[in-house]
Ligand binder design. Structure first.
Ligand code: PLP
Length: 392
C-alpha cells in the first residue's frame, strides 16, 4: 500500500486531506512526493512561523534534543523557565502554564476562570460567554466554548456553562453577562476558522469597559492570532486592550506541539500544586524551539509582516474574481466569486498551497516569506481567482 492507501485504511477519517504528500521543504517552499515544488501560504495552519526546516530553529531544537528531551514536571529545567520569562516580559502577563495544543491551552484558561470565580464569588457562578462563529478546540469543553453548532452535532451533552452571542454586538454580550451572572468573555481577536474575521476595535474596547463594570475576566484565544501572525506579537495588541488570560499554541512552537496559557494579575495565583498539570507540558525541546521563535519576532519582523499584509490587501482587494479581503497581518481571508475548493486545487496545480476557512481562501504564509516568492504566489492567486470566477 502507498501512503494514501495506508492512511485511508488505518487513520481515523477526521480529515479531508489535500491529495498531496509533503516529503520535504525549505523556508517558504514545500516539495511533494512527485518532486513538485510549492510556495507555502498555509504553514501547516499558522504553525511553521518561519517556514519549514528553518535553520536557526533546527539548531535550537537539536541543541536541546542532544542534552535531554523530557524530564517531566517533577524537575526544574531551563528551557521552559526561559520561555515563560520571555512570554511574561513581552506581554506583561504574570505566570505561564505550558501544555501541548491550543485546545489544552484553552482548557487551562477555562479552568483558571472557573477557579478564580469560585474563589471570588462561590461555586454557583461559572458561565463563560463566547462568540458565535468562534473556534476554541475539539475537546468536549472547548467544543462547548465553540459557538458553531455544526461542531457540536452528535457529541452532546457538552460541558455546561457556555453561552455564545453574536460577535461585535456589545449589548448582546452585556445582556448575556448580566442574565447568566457570567464570569468571563472568551474571544479570538480575529476569528480564524470562522472566516478570518477581525473583531471591531470598538467591540473589544467595549469588552474592557464591561470588565470595569462587572469584574468579569477577558480571555483572548490567541492560538492562531498569536506569535506575530497579526503584525503584533499577540492579536490583542492591535486593539489597545489587555486581557486577563491569553492562550496560544500553533505558531509558538514553530513546528513542534506546544500550548501556553498566560495568566495576568487577576488570575496569577489561581493554580496551586495539584490543581492542574500536563505530563508533556513545558517539554524542553518544544520550549527551546519556541524561545527561538519568540526571540525572532521583533519590531523589524512585525513591521515587515504589516508591510507584506498591506501588499496582499492592495493586490487582491478589487482584483478580478475577488469579492472581499479580510484579516489582519499575515492572516488573510479572501472571499472569491468562484468555488473555494476549485480555487485551492488550481492553486496547487500552479504550485501554490493556500487553505480555506468557511467560504474564504485563507492565507497564512511564513512570517519571513521572501518578497519575491510572495509576489509570485499572489500572481498565481490573482490568475486563479479570475479564472475560477468565469467558471472555467
Ligand atoms: C487551532 C485553534 C484551536 C485549537 O488548537 P489545537 O492545537 O488544534 O487544539 C483553538 N483556538 C483557535 C482560535 C484555533 O485557531
Amino acid at each position: 500500500m502507498n501512503t494514501f492507501e495506508k492512511d485511508g485504511q488505518y487513520i481515523a477519517h477526521t480529515y479531508a486531506r489535500f491529495p498531496l504528500q509533503i516529503v520535504s521543504g525549505k523556508g517558504s517552499l514545500l516539495t511533494d512526493a512527485d518532486g513538485k515544488e510549492y510556495i507555502d501560504l498555509g504553514t501547516g495552519i499558522a504553525v511553521n512561523t518561519f517556514g519549514t526546516a528553518d535553520g536557526e530553529w533546527i539548531d535550537a531544537v537539536t541543541d536541546q534534543l542532544k542534552k535531554f528531551s523530557h524530564t517531566s514536571n517533577l524537575f526544574y529545567s531551563s528551557p521552559c523557565a526561559d520561555l515563560a520569562e520571555e512570554l511574561c516580559r513581552r506581554t506583561g502577563m504574570k505566570k505561564v502554564f505550558f501544555s501541548n495544543s491550543g485546545a489544552e491551552a484553552n482548557e487551562c484558561a477555562i479552568k483558571a476562570a472557573r477557579g478564580y470565580a469560585a474563589q471570588k464569588w462561590g461555586k454557583d457562578r461559572y458561565t463563560i460567554i463566547t462568540l458565535n462563529n468562534s473556534f476554541h478546540g475539539r475537546t468536549i469543553t472547548t467544543l462547548a466554548a465553540t459557538g458553531q453548532e455544526i461542531f457540536h452535532k452528535d457529541f452532546n451533552p457538552l460541558t455546561p456553562g457556555f453561552i455564545s452571542v453574536p460577535a461585535n454586538d456589545i449589548e448582546a454580550v452585556k445582556n448575556a453577562v448580566l442574565e447568566h451572572n457570567a464570569i468571563a468573555v472568551m474571544f479570538e481577536t480575529v476569528q480564524g476558522e470562522g472566516g478570518v474575521l477581525p473583531l471591531e476595535e470598538s467591540f473589544v474596547k467595549g469588552l474592557a469597559q464591561l470588565r470595569e463594570e462587572t469584574g468579569i475576566l477577558l480571555i483572548a484565544d490567541e492560538v492562531q492570532t498569536g506569535n506575530g501572525r497579526t503584525g503584533r506579537l499577540y492579536g490583542y495588541m492591535n486593539f489597545g486592550v489587555i486581557p486577563d488570560i491569553v492562550t496560544t499554541a500553533k505558531g509558538l512552537g514553530g513546528g513542534l506541539p506546544i500550548g501556553a496559557t498566560l495568566l495576568g494579575d487577576a488570575v496569577e495565583n489561581v493554580y496551586q500544586p495539584g490543581s492542574h498539570g500536563s505530563t508533556f507540558g513545558g517539554n524542553p525541546v518544544a520550549c527551546a524551539g519556541a524561545l527561538n521563535i519568540i526571540n525572532r519576532i521583533d519590531d523589524n519582523l512585525l513591521s515587515d509582516v504589516r508591510k507584506k499584509s498591506q501588499y496582499i490587501f492592495e493586490s487582491l482587494t478589487d482584483a478580478s474574481g475577488v469579492k472581499s479581503v479580510s484579516g489582519l497581518g499575515l492572516m488573510i481571508g479572501i472571499e472569491p466569486v468562484g468555488d473555494v475548493k476549485q480555487i485551492l486545487a488550481k492553486c496547487r496545480e500552479k504550485g501554490v498551497i493556500a487553505l480555506s476557512a468557511k467560504n474564504k481562501v485563507r492565507l497564512l504564509p511564513p512570517l519571513n516569506i521572501p518578497m519575491n516568492l510572495l509576489e509570485q504566489a499572489v500572481g498565481v492567486l490573482k490568475d486563479v481567482f479570475a479564472e475560477c470566477a468565469k467558471g472555467e
